[in-house]
Design a protein. Structure first.
Length: 110
């Protein structure tokens, strides 16, 4: 609620934050609203669940945050109608739990 939408920025980078909150869509929408040209998004995603509608809050094994999987995160972000310029997924092999092992990246143009 404290993110002001009065100021605008050429590029907004929302990296590593969405999976720490219980309502990531609200934060994503606010981030998009203050971006003039580009929004960069990164989030950890679960590799333990394949459901297209997967969203878990709090994150599995934690008492805070949330998790999507790669497909459900993609579905959520595309439902916003954003112009996705680039997308990338990678596996965070250093993370032992499959719930914390995926990572998605989006470059969104306004």
């Amino acid at each position: 609620n404290k993110l002001s939408t009065k100021n605008k920025y050429d590029i907004v980078a929302n990296v590593g934050g969405l999976y720490h909150v219980s309502d990531p869509e609200r934060i994503l929408e606010k981030s998009y609203s203050i971006a003039r040209h580009y929004l960069i998004v990164q989030s950890v995603v679960s590799l333990a669940n394949k459901r297209l509608d997967y969203f878990e809050e709090p994150a599995p094994g934690w008492d805070w945050g949330c998790r999507y999987n790669p497909a459900s995160f993609d579905r959520m972000i595309r439902s916003k109608g954003y112009k996705i310029v680039d997308y990338h997924f990678n596996e965070l092999k250093g993370n032992s739990r499959p719930e914390d092992r995926g990572s998605v990246y989006y470059l969104i143009e306004k």
